[in-house]
Ligand binder design. Structure first.
Ligand code: SAM
Length: 276
């Protein structure tokens, strides 16, 4: 059985062997499959969120780019991220004492816990506190609190829409400590250039430093996705710390060299990243 993600005039098809889960929640449809080539695969509203084959690339870059662009990340917030992958990567760092996650859909967490333990292990770290709710409302309840915020959202259109506007980023900046670093799921420069432009324009208005890192993920349509990283404190395109030998031994994608090179963008994308 071939399953196709078809959206925005483009499709990506994966051969599956069986469907493990199909749920309709108040927020979205959740599907998890076993596949021939790419391990377990989860889709939300028909859009691939991860496959076990290449999820490490996305999760590592979403977590380690901002954490290693901050000198001492003690309090970390994940918005969205209900699959647990970004939490799993944050938990590899000894510095955070607080790891909060605000996910809107409890069913995503429960489904991953039941069917994809390789991802859900991120929830097991004792520093993690789960908040169920809309991330755009959650950030309004904190002031000058988080050193690093990671916005691991679905695409705009569904519940993720609230996480792609200027008011949300203004609230999020207030929730961050001075010099805090934010990293956001920032779509593909080939598939959704208008959303890349929108996200970069919003964050360029609010933060002094920023960059768009490209990540190679074959099971996202066009094979790439971006991580938008921004801060008022320092140039985020250069790590302030190298991964410790213990951390480096656990990583498959992130290196200091990847951090420094991932923010180079092709010429056609430069105006998207510089947008205001
Ligand atoms: N890797 C990802 C991708 O492919 O886009 C995103 C992964 S993670 C599964 C995205 C999560 O964001 C989903 O579980 C979804 O429920 C959550 N989400 C969407 N909108 C949200 C909101 N407004 N507040 C909190 N969580 C939200």
């Amino acid at each position: 059985m071939w399953v196709t993600e078809a959206a925005d005039g483009f499709g990506l098809t994966v051969e599956t062997t069986r469907q493990l889960c199909h749920k309709v929640t108040p927020y979205q449809t959740i599907d998890i499959y076993d596949t021939v080539k790419v391990g377990k695969m989860m889709l939300l509203d028909g859009i691939i969120q991860f496959t076990e084959y290449d999820e490490f690339a996305y999760q590592e870059m979403m977590a380690h780019l901002p954490l290693l662009a901050h000198p001492a990340p003690r309090r970390v917030l994940v918005i969205g991220g209900g699959d647990g992958g970004v939490l799993r990567e944050i938990a590899k760092h000894p510095e955070p004492v607080v790891i909060d996650i605000c996910e809107i859909d409890r069913e995503v967490i429960d489904s991953v816990r039941e069917f994809v333990p390789s991802m859900a292990c991120g929830f097991d770290d004792p520093r993690v506190t789960v908040h169920i709710g809309d991330g755009s409302e959650f950030v309004r309840t904190r002031e000058s609190w988080y050193d690093v915020v990671i916005v691991d959202s679905t695409d705009p259109g569904g519940p993720g829409e609230a996480l792609f506007n200027a008011a949300f980023y203004a609230d999020l900046k207030r929730a961050m400590t001075p010099g805090g670093v934010v990293a956001s799921q920032a779509e593909s420069i080939y598939l959704l250039p208008d959303i890349v432009r929108r996200l970069c324009a919003i964050t360029n208005q609010l933060f002094r430093y920023g960059g768009y890192a490209t990540v190679l993920v074959p099971t996202y349509p066009t094979g790439t996705i971006g991580v938008r990283v921004a801060s008022d404190g320092r140039d985020v395109t250069v790590p302030v710390r190298e991964p410790s030998p213990e951390l480096a031994a656990q990583l498959r994608y992130y290196t200091g060299a990847i951090h420094r090179s991932a923010f180079a963008v092709p010429k056609f994308a430069e105006p998207l990243i510089a947008a205001r």
